[in-house]
Write a protein that binds this ligand. Structure first.
Ligand SMILES: NC(=O)c1ccc[n+]([C@@H]2O[C@H](COP(=O)([O-])OP(=O)(O)OC[C@H]3O[C@@H](n4cnc5c(N)ncnc54)[C@H](O)[C@@H]3O)[C@@H](O)[C@H]2O)c1
Length: 312
């Protein structure tokens, strides 16, 4: 099968592209190497994909004429490209153009030019809002530009299914971590601080937040398991994440234990829009996809630390 992966130079997209290639698919990646975080990290991921024979096209879904640049003979589209995270330094326009307009343009291109593809939209637990502990039937209450724009993108995709113009599903991911995690996220930043003797900027009260910390390879297991299950997944929203809840304080203590060091905390003001609790309800994923994530936080963080030490 031929597979298009958008956001393939990023954290989860690069792992998914690699896995799809290992499964024997022909993989074409797309990324605009957005400067949201250090572009050299995306180039590092891109080099690793290149070595594994994965083509990566430098394309901006919002700006470029997609018809001139994207392949037309793909069977699956995995859509990761987005302006991610909750960041004060990101503008509403950045979320708008990359998450909503970029998705709209990709959908238009797909609908007009690709014969019977299956479109897998990558969404987020931020769609649920400040608490994300619910099944997929819960009314969304996003509390950030990120959550609002990802909800709109998800609905754009699903509206094409309702109109019978496309077959598609949307996967809502929960707090993904592991090798290649974005540097703005908890664990890569924490490991960097621990190894390089820097203070970690801890948002006030966030140590008590409960999270479904989900190891990236477990998440990729769920994402690629859609292949072959298009009929039962068409039109569906499916949560993917770990069922185990940990506090951020427990995560910090685990990293300190692995690194055998105490990390200095610098308390920062509360981060607006931050979720207080995420716990992935994966009953539907278990039923439809036989999804069964197994990696413990300790094991996943050991792999994350090993990746950091090998690369930086
Ligand atoms: N990391 C998590 O914990 C998490 C949790 C839930 C959902 N998600 C979703 O997973 C997806 C991937 O997230 P990630 O953490 O790997 O982020 P990432 O920033 O590492 O990856 C996203 C990639 O998309 C690219 N991109 C952004 N705008 C683009 C555009 N207009 N055209 C082409 N490429 C563009 C970026 O350059 C980047 O490489 C996102 O859709 C995000 O919303 C992530």
């Amino acid at each position: 099968m031929k597979v298009l992966v958008t956001g393939a130079a990023g954290f989860i997209g690069s792992h998914t592209a690699e896995r799809l290639k290992e499964m024997g698919h022909e993989v074409v990646g797309v990324d605009n190497f957005s400067p949201y975080y250090n572009v050299s990290l995306k180039k590092l991921n891109a080099n690793e994909l290149h070595v594994k024979g994965i083509e990566l096209l430098n394309i901006d879904l919002y700006i470029d004429e997609l018809i001139e640049k994207l392949p037309l003979d793909v069977d699956y589209i995995f859509h990761f490209a987005a302006h991610p995270g909750i960041s004060k330094s990101s503008t509403f326009e950045e979320y708008l153009v990359n998450n909503i307009v970029g998705t709209h343009k990709l959908l238009q291109f797909t609908e007009r030019n690709i014969k019977t593809p299956f479109f897998i939209n990558i969404a987020t637990s931020s769609i649920y809002g400040l608490e994300a502990t619910y099944p997929e039937t819960e009314v969304p209450k996003p509390a950030s530009y990120y959550g609002v724009t990802k909800l709109a993108a998800e609905q754009l995709v699903l509206s094409k299914v309702r109109e019978k113009k496309l077959q598609a599903c949307s996967l809502r991911l929960y707090s993904v971590y592991g090798p290649r995690e974005r540097p703005d996220k908890l664990y890569t930043k924490l490991i960097d601080c621990g190894i390089n003797n820097k203070s970690f900027p801890l948002f006030r009260g966030s140590e008590k937040h409960l999270r479904s910390f989900s190891y990236v390879q477990d998440i990729v297991d769920g994402i690629v398991s859609i292949i072959g299950k298009e009929n039962i997944c068409n039109g569906e929203i499916i949560n993917l994440g770990s069922e185990t809840e940990s506090t951020t304080a427990e995560g910090i203590a685990t990293v300190e234990d692995i690194l055998e060091t105490k990390i200095d905390m610098e308390i920062k003001p509360v981060r607006e829009g931050d979720q207080s609790r995420t716990k992935a309800n994966i009953n539907k994923a278990r039923k439809l996809l036989n999804y069964n994530p197994q990696t413990t936080l300790r094991k996943g963080l050991e792999a994350h630390v090993a990746w950091y030490k090998a690369n930086f």
